[in-house]
Design a protein around this ligand. Structure first.
Ligand code: NDP
Length: 333
């Protein structure tokens, strides 16, 4: 007899946004949790987005996804996060012209305080939270601090799109298929200061630096290309990357629920001081998942002095973001 699995309940904020529109159909199709795992979707929007959300829900209905058991549409966070297994926090207020970074940290900070509290009070204690809305590392830290009953290890922010972008850039430069590129961790903040560590990367069985010997290209072209890829896409498409960001959310969650067999991946998690990173920030580290589904930071990678310097700069930025946001929100460390 085939055992019927209980649905995994997934909340998505900003569900009617661009990334939401590219993400929901992938989740409902089974791309995130597998082809035999039912899912229920709690779609969360702010009040002005509820009309568009209705249309998205209608399209989900029209796909007749066999795995999709229920769609909840709400702007009420206590309904949206009720009993969820996963909370994918995609929505956030975009930076508008004339807005300082500090303003954005404060505005979004408030949103993530509210969401953290609602997750704390309504979600399953085992809930896992992935933050996409920018500035995602600090938003994640704020949500985590606002959800004291949920273990810190259950909060994540996304740097997987940066990793995927970086892998493709190296594959194209080396003239190989992207699956040949492994061991590429993006460290630090999801911002232009992030560091895609090409020194530990392999192309096939060789070090990437043995295949691409032009270190100046790696430092001065590759790293900034990854950092500015989002802008390049806006320039080309007239809209920000949405399908590739949604794909990276799928990759992130799928690889957090699947024991790692080969390559590690970049995920922003709570730092316990690994590799000299400051404890207590949400920073991007190389992550593996064990056979019982517990994640850990990969040990034993050797960082060059250059890499250490770049990672330290990015983590300094995170400390500064934390200082500004916590100051504005009255949060304590
Ligand atoms: P998107 O769905 O395209 O983007 C949402 C978030 O993802 C933004 O913070 C954005 O940051 C980030 N993001 C975009 N591209 C990438 C990328 N390539 N890599 C990593 N992160 C990325 O924006 P929309 O404007 O279409 O939708 C936003 C949604 O959020 C709307 O549906 C809106 O109603 C909702 N919203 C919800 C709020 C809430 O929950 N309280 C508050 C405000 C909006 P960046 O802007 O830096 O690109």
């Amino acid at each position: 007899m085939i055992m019927k699995k209980n649905p995994i309940r997934v909340a998505v904020t900003g569900a009617a946004g661009n990334i939401g529109y590219a993400l929901l159909f992938r989740i409902a199709s089974g791309a995130m949790f597998g082809p035999d795992q039912p899912v229920a979707l709690n779609l969360i929007e702010i009040e002005p987005g509820m009309g568009a959300l209705k249309g998205v829900a209608m399209e989900l209905d029209d796909c007749a996804f066999p795995l999709l058991t229920e769609i909840v549409q709400t702007s009420d966070l206590s309904v949206g996060f009720k009993d969820v297994d996963w909370a994918l926090l995609v929505g956030s207020v975009p930076r508008k012209q004339g807005m300082e970074r500090a303003d954005l940290l404060g505005i979004n900070g408030k949103v993530f305080v509210g969401q953290g509290k609602a997750i704390n009070e309504n979600a399953k204690p085992s809930v896992r939270v992935v933050v996409v809305g920018n500035p995602c590392n600090t938003n994640c830290l704020i949500a985590m601090k606002s959800a004291p009953n949920i273990p810190d290890e259950q909060f994540f922010a996304m740097t997987r799109l940066d990793e995927n972008r970086a892998k493709t850039q190296l594959a194209q430069k080396a003239g190989v298929a992207v699956k040949e590129v492994s061991g590429l961790c993006v460290w630090g903040n999801h911002s232009p200061t992030m560091f895609p560590d090409f020194y530990n990367t392999k192309i096939g069985r060789q070090k990437a630096t043995a295949v691409i010997t032009d270190e100046a290209w790696l430092k001065d072209t590759f790293v900034p290309t990854v950092g500015q890829r989002g802008k390049a896409i806006i320039d080309a498409r007239g809209a920000s990357s949405a399908a590739s960001a949604a794909n990276a959310v799928v990759d992130t969650v799928r690889d957090l629920v699947t024991p790692t067999r080969g390559d590690y991946h970049s995920v922003c998690v709570i730092s316990r001081g690994e590799y000299g990173t400051p404890s207590g920030i949400i920073t991007s580290l190389p992550i593996k998942v064990d056979a019982v589904g517990k994640w850990r930071v990969v040990e034993g990678l050797r960082l060059t002095d250059y890499a250490k310097e770049q990672i330290a700069k990015s983590n300094e930025e995170l400390l500064e973001e934390r200082k500004v946001a916590f100051g504005q929100l009255g949060l304590s460390l």
